[in-house]
Design a protein around this ligand. Structure first.
Ligand code: PA5
Length: 425
C-alpha cells in the first residue's frame, strides 16, 4: 500500500549485521520489551478498537454536529496535530465545511488569535473539545480558562453539555475539572503517547465531528498494522524507510526535508515533524525534520536544497492519484507559449516535476527517498500515519534512542515557569 523508493541501493545497506539489528528491534518492539515499552500501546491499537468504542465517538460527534456549528478543539502537540493533519488533508481547499467547522485553539498563546476566535464564533453555536493527556499543559489550559468562561457566559448551565474532555483516566487538573463539572469524558490510553495518539479519541472525536469516515481511517491503520508487522526488511516499507534514513544519517545527512506537491498534506508534514523530531532528537543525536511544499518552495528553499550545505536528505511524499484534476488546453494564439503542455493534466505536471526535481537535487548531492501513497482519502491516510509511526520506532531504535519520551521539553518549561514565579519553581 505504501511504496518506498531510494536513490541508492537498498540491498547494500541491508548487510547481515543490519538485518540482525533490525531483527532484534522488531522482536523487542512486538514483545513490548524495548526501551519505552510502556508507551507502545499504539502498535496494536487499531486492531483492538471495538465497535462500541467507535460508535461512542460517532454518537458524540453526531450530538456535537446537531447542537453546534463550530467545534473548538483545544490542544497542542500530539493532542492537536493528528486531527489537524487528517482534517486538513480531507477537507476542500475553500468553503471548508459550510455547515460545520472544526477550529483549533491552545496550540499557541496568542491574544489576538483567541480574542478573534471568540468574536468569530459569537453568532454561531459552539461546542468545545479540550484535549490534554497530562491535563496540565499550560497552553491548552490557558485557552480553556478563557473558552470555558466564554461558554459559561454564553450558555450558563447548558455549557456543561457542550464541553467534551479528552484526558488521562486517573490524573491531571483537567480530569479533576471535568469530574467536578460533569463534562463528558474520553480517555487517552496510558500506554499511548501524544504524538502516537491520532487513532485514539484524541484524533478520532475531532475527525468524526468534522464529518469524516472513521471506519475507513481505522481500516487503513488496521491494514497497515497487519501488513507491516512481518519481519521482512527487504520488502516491509516501514522498516525500509526507517533503515534508509538511519543509513543516510550515519553518512552525515542530518537534516531530512519532507517534500510534497500536495498542499493539503502540509499538516501531515507538521505531524510528521513532531513525530520524528520529538521521538529521535535526544542525546545530541537525531535527524532534524524540515518540510517543504512544492512547487511553491522551489522558488524559496529550492536554491538551498540544490546548492547549499550538503547535509540534507530529501524524502518525497508522493500521491499517485489525484481526486480532481485539470488538463492544459490548447490556446488559440499561444501567447503564453504553453501549448507544448496541452493535453497534460496538472497532476501529471506535478509527477513530472517530482522526477525532475528529484534528479536535479540528487545530482546536487541530496539523496532521495520516495514514499508513495495511492491517494488522499480516509483509508490511505490511516495507513500512511500508522506507517510513519512504525518507521519512526525503527529509526529511533536504530539510533539507540527511546522513541516514546520527550525529556528535553521539560527544560524550556522550567525556564518559563521560573520567570513567571509558578509555585514550586
Ligand atoms: O507527543 C507528546 O507527548 C507531546 O507532544 C504532547 O502531545 C504535548 O506536549 C501535549 O501534551 P498533553 O496532551 O499532555 O497536553
Amino acid at each position: 500500500m505504501i511504496n518506498v523508493t531510494y536513490s541508492g541501493n537498498y540491498q547494500d545497506i541491508l548487510t547481515d549485521d543490519k538485518k540482525r539489528t533490525l531483527k532484534s528491534i522488531h522482536e523487542k518492539l512486538y514483545a513490548k520489551t524495548g526501551e519505552g515499552n510502556d508507551y507502545v500501546g499504539w502498535l496494536d491499537w487499531p486492531s483492538g478498537l471495538s465497535e462500541d468504542f467507535l460508535n461512542g465517538i460517532k454518537d458524540t460527534a453526531t450530538q456535537i454536529r446537531e447542537k453546534a456549528d463550530v467545534l473548538i478543539v483545544i490542544g497542542i502537540g500530539g493532542s492537536y496535530l493528528g486531527a489537524k493533519a487528517v482534517i486538513e488533508a480531507l477537507q476542500p481547499h475553500f468553503e471548508k465545511n459550510p455547515n460545520f467547522e472544526v477550529l483549533f485553539a491552545g496550540h499557541q498563546v496568542s491574544g489576538p488569535y483567541l480574542k478573534q476566535l471568540m468574536s468569530y464564533v459569537d453568532d454561531k453555536e459552539v461546542a468545545l473539545n479540550v484535549i490534554s493527556k497530562s491535563g496540565t499543559t499550560t497552553e491548552p489550559a490557558l485557552a480553556f480558562r478563557f473558552l470555558q468562561q466564554y461558554m459559561k457566559d454564553r450558555y450558563g448551565k447548558e455549557a456543561e453539555s457542550r464541553i467534551f474532555v479528552t484526558t488521562d483516566a486517573e490524573k491531571g487538573a483537567l480530569l479533576t475539572l471535568a469530574e467536578e463539572k460533569g463534562y463528558k469524558r474520553f480517555v487517552v490510553p496510558d500506554d499511548v503517547g501524544g504524538r502516537y495518539s491520532v487513532f485514539t479519541a484524541v484524533g478520532l472525536l475531532p475527525i468524526a465531528a468534522a464529518g469524516f469516515e472513521l471506519n475507513q481511517l481505522i481500516q487503513g491503520a488496521k491494514d497497515a498494522e497487519d501488513e507491516l508487522k512481518s519481519f521482512n526488511p527487504g520488502d516491509n516499507p516501514a522498516i525500509r524507510y526507517g533503515t534508509i534514513r538511519h543509513h543516510l544519517y550515519e553518512q552525515g545527512y542530518t537534516n531530512e526535508v519532507l517534500a510534497t506537491f500536495e498542499p493539503k498534506l502540509s499538516f501531515v508534514q507538521e505531524w510528521w515533524k513532531q513525530l520524528f523530531g520529538e521521538s529521535e532528537g535526544k542525546e545530541h543525536k537525531g535527524i532534524f525534520p524540515i518540510s517543504v511544499v512544492y512547487t511553491t518552495d522551489l522558488h524559496s528553499l529550492g536554491q538551498y536544497i540544490q546548492d547549499g550545505k550538503r547535509n540534507l536528505l530529501e524524502s518525497f511524499l508522493v500521491v499517485d492519484e489525484a481526486d480532481e484534476d485539470l488538463e492544459v488546453f490548447e490556446a488559440e494564439n499561444n501567447a503564453d507559449q504553453l501549448n507544448y503542455l496541452a493535453g497534460l493534466s496538472l497532476h501529471e505536471f506535478n509527477l513530472t516535476a517530482y522526477k525532475g526535481v528529484s534528479e536535479a537535487h540528487l545530482s546536487g548531492g541530496v539523496p532521495q527517498i520516495g514514499v508513495h501513497v495511492k491517494k488522499i482519502d480516509e483509508y490511505h491516510l490511516g495507513y500512511l500515519l500508522y506507517f510513519y509511526m512504525l518507521s519512526c520506532a525503527y529509526s529511533a531504535y536504530l539510533l539507540g534512542i527511546n522513541p516514546f519520551n520527550q525529556p528535553g521539553v521539560e527544560d524550556y518549561k522550567t525556564a518559563i515557569f521560573k520567570l513567571l514565579n509558578k509555585p514550586g519553581y
